[in-house]
Design a protein around this ligand. Structure first.
Ligand code: 13P
Ligand code: SF4
Length: 352
């Protein structure tokens, strides 16, 4: 929730009372989430959506939103949606003066690193990530000392400071390819031990890891998934690689958040369980009316800090700006750009 002072400010500046009239006028947007958002709720969201879309134009701003944003953000105000790799690539192409990052802090830092002349705003600077918080530059130094000469592949879910002392970054979409491309038999992966263990099963390299984990994905267990499947043998189980290898072994498909969206679109299973953050299924429910999405899912408390009212406040006050010290940014940029270049050349070779 926005604090009282912030709430008072936006209420004084915009008419944010629920409006059936505005909800009707924006029905084209509402159509994209009608399975998961009631029209009564849309009447509450519509005044925010209209105010934000109008303010975006006046501020020369674009909204980059992660796939875990809630449907009213994902469909209502985002200019670009995607997984971490896609958002990083899109950040390099932004021409508008302002980027509003609807996601967590490391994503906003990545946009600033890749497009430093832009003003990058995050609607809630407290939107962190358990993985990014699990390691610092001293942790990378410790791993380098333990495995001399081994390259450090850091997940983008890290701070700029950690990226700056890493050899290259990876995301869940390209981790196996990035590890395979390293000119060393031993590769250090930080900070997600489960992503590292899942990659280790798909490469001939010896992968060593930091002991971090995602507080959302570590909650799933293979036993739970087996129970769901026993109860409902038709169900397609689709997992994110931040889950444990035991969970991944139970899944019909494992991939990045955008990989998951693509897989469900391509296979259109009658029933699907997305073993990841809750908003994923909600955001694609209306694109895939033939698929029944079964819960449970787990919510990311960090991603859920981003709301329409905070986005409006952020654009209105032009806060909170995300900056990265130039020296750190230059080193971090090298690691992120190496990843993007490698991903692009591999996609080119594979004709993707
Ligand atoms: P993706 O890169 O797959 O979108 O994952 C980012 C993330 O934080 C998942 O928890
Ligand atoms: Fe970080 Fe996990 Fe939240 Fe993704 S879901 S932002 S990895 S805490």
């Amino acid at each position: 929730m926005l604090d009282l002072a912030g709430r008072t400010l936006i209420e004084k500046s915009y008419d944010l009372s629920p409006s059936v009239e505005l909800a009707e006028a924006t029905r084209d947007i509402y159509q994209r989430m009608k399975r998961v958002v009631s029209f009564a709720d849309w009447a509450i969201y519509a005044p925010y959506v209209v105010a934000i879309n109008d303010l975006k134009k006046r501020r020369d701003a674009v909204i980059l939103a992660h796939n875990y944003m809630t449907p009213e953000i994902y469909h209502g105000v985002a200019d670009v949606v995607g997984d971490s790799l896609q958002l990083a690539i899109e950040a390099t192409k932004v021409e508008a003066q302002v980027i509003v990052q609807c996601g967590v802090h490391f994503m906003a830092e990545t946009s600033k690193i890749l497009n430093p002349s832009k003003t990058v705003l995050i609607p809630d600077p407290g939107a962190g990530c358990s993985l990014a918080e699990s390691i610092d530059a001293a942790g990378i130094a410790e791993m380098k000392a333990r495995y001399p000469g081994a390259p450090v592949v850091s997940y983008v879910n890290t701070t700029a400071e950690v990226k700056a002392v890493s050899d290259i970054c990876c995301t869940s979409a390209n981790a196996v390819d990035i590890v395979n491309a390293q000119d060393s038999d031993v590769v250090i992966m930080t900070p997600d031990r489960f992503l590292a263990q899942n990659v280790a099963r798909k490469t001939d390299k010896t992968v060593v890891w930091w002991e971090g984990s995602c507080i959302v994905h570590e909650l799933y267990t293979a036993e739970d998934l087996r129970e769901y499947r026993a109860h409902d043998p038709e169900i397609a189980i689709i997992a994110h690689p931040e889950c444990t290898p035991e969970v991944v072994a139970e899944a019909d498909y494992t991939g990045s958040t955008s990989g998951i969206v693509e897989w469900v679109h391509a296979h259109k299973p009658k029933k699907a369980m997305l073993v990841t953050e809750c908003s994923m299924a909600s955001n694609i429910a209306d694109e895939l009316p033939e698929v029944e999405f079964s819960k449970p899912c787990n919510m990311c408390p960090h991603m859920k800090k981003i709301s329409l009212e905070k986005i409006l406040h952020s654009l209105h006050t032009m806060t909170t700006e995300v900056n990265v010290a130039p020296g750190v940014a230059a080193d971090a940029r090298r690691a992120v750009e190496r990843m993007i270049d490698l991903s692009r050349s591999q996609a080119g070779r594979a004709g993707r």
